[in-house]
Design a protein around this ligand. Structure first.
Ligand code: FE2
Length: 420
């Protein structure tokens, strides 16, 4: 692809040259000598952008919230969280760190799972009423997504739903610091926020570079209070981010590197944490995997699994990561003929060798079942008569644009049927 003046930087559905070396090839290149000829056979480096916040990673980094916040706030901080994270004590720890630096805090903890547009309005009001100038989010994907949306609404003073789609936000919100307490959503590094439009029973995806947080303080200690169910579902969400961004039409050598390493580490670390939640090293590793996967999907986007999970999440109250886990193996089997080499590479890094479509399908299913996710989508309330509607909604989801295989409504409905 030739660079042209005014050309939109590829961030969505652009195919990259098939013959660009994969991360696996890069390993081969490092080992081989006289590879000049080999390199010459490849296309030129494709133009891709890569966005990320300033990241502080490591045990205890949560304690740095005050230090980072005092550079950004002269007035008051809106601390966004949910009740569960408060009860676990993490919100209070952040509050203390902010207070130690002399910062005043207004607390907003009314965020629920799959944050609703009404919660965003409430939070924005709280931000304005308390004359805040900085947002600190502590929690999983829901508080962080809600915090990003609160910032945009507080500044623009219109409904967050008006910004649906790609780069629709023109006026940035206040600075944001994110402190994730789960290893999976990666909302702390991503340019996305997903908000539930309750009136239309749809999850709305908003993608904008203005949604990338200013700082991400990633502290693996915060994941020690996650239940096994949350550990597994957020971990499977991260795996899904890695796999979908790796085969995405908008992937690049940079995102490939992150995605592949994430998939490799999750396949070994997640079963360890599931069996022994006190294994601190495996918990650290899961936080790292989540970050890698987050950087990959923030810059290569996702695919059909997420498009279908978003549609289902708008209609039913269901766990995002668990829905992804159930759909993933089926979407991989559907996509396989369109990204064969990449799926084979994934299977090799995750399981040691590659046996093709059915082998990867079976191994992903075994991994999911080993982690205790054994039931289909019926358990979330999915009814056969809702499938045509879900098919329609999935077709317009942003994540579908970068799926390696084009999908028709019929294809999507078939995948929902299979996953019942
Ligand atoms: Fe996800």
């Amino acid at each position: 692809m030739e660079y042209q003046e005014n050309m939109a930087l590829p961030h969505a559905a652009h195919s990259r040259p098939r013959d660009w070396p994969s991360a696996e090839d890069n390993v081969f290149l490092r080992r081989s000598s006289g590879n000049e000829k080999f390199m010459q056979s490849y296309a030129r480096l494709p133009i891709r952008n890569f966005v990320a916040p300033e990241i502080v990673l490591g045990a205890g980094s949560l304690e740095l919230a005050g230090q980072y916040a005092c550079d950004l706030s002269q007035r008051r901080v809106l601390l966004v969280t949910d009740r569960g994270v408060r009860e676990a004590g993490w919100a209070d720890k952040v509050k203390r760190s902010l207070a130690l630096r002399g910062l005043e805090v207004a607390l907003f903890d009314q965020v629920t799972a799959s944050p609703k547009s009404e919660e965003v309005i409430l939070g924005a009001r709280h931000y304005l009423d308390n004359d805040c100038d900085l947002i600190v989010a502590v929690g999983g994907g829901s508080p962080m997504d809600c915090a990003k949306a609160i910032g945009i609404v507080a500044t623009n003073k219109v409904s967050i739903l008006q910004f649906e789609g790609v780069e629709q936000i023109t006026t940035p919100g206040p600075p944001i610091i994110c402190i994730p307490t789960t290893a999976g959503s990666s909302a702390d590094v991503s340019p996305f926020t997903i908000i539930n439009d309750v009136a239309r029973r749809r999850k709305v995806t908003i993608l904008s570079k203005l949604l990338v947080p200013d700082f991400s303080l990633i502290d693996p200690l915060t994941t020690s209070t996650m239940s096994d169910a949350v550990t597994v579902s957020t971990g499977m969400d991260a795996l899904c981010h890695a796999l979908e961004s790796y085969v995405s039409n908008a992937s690049s050598p940079l995102t490939d590197l992150c995605a592949l390493e994430s998939a490799r580490l999750i396949s070994s670390s997640l079963p360890i944490v599931h069996n022994d939640p006190t294994d601190a090293r495996a918990r650290d590793m899961m936080m790292l995997c989540s970050l890698y996967a987050g950087l990959a999907f923030s810059n290569a986007s996702l695919g059909l699994t997420h498009a279908m999970a978003h549609s289902l999440g708008g209609l039913y109250d269901c766990t995002h990561g668990e829905v992804n886990a159930v759909l993933l193996e089926r979407v991989v089997r559907f996509n396989y003929p369109y990204a064969r080499d990449k799926y084979d590479t994934l299977e090799r890094v995750m399981f040691g060798d590659a046996g093709g479509k059915d082998s990867l399908f079976r191994r992903l299913r075994e991994l999911r079942e080993k982690l205790g996710i054994r039931r289909g989508l019926e358990r979330f309330g999915l009814r056969r008569e809702d499938i045509p509607y879900l098919g329609e909604v999935t077709l317009v989801d942003l994540s579908l644009a970068t799926n390696p295989r084009p999908a028709t409504q019929e294809d999507i409905e078939g995948l929902y049927e299979e996953a019942l």
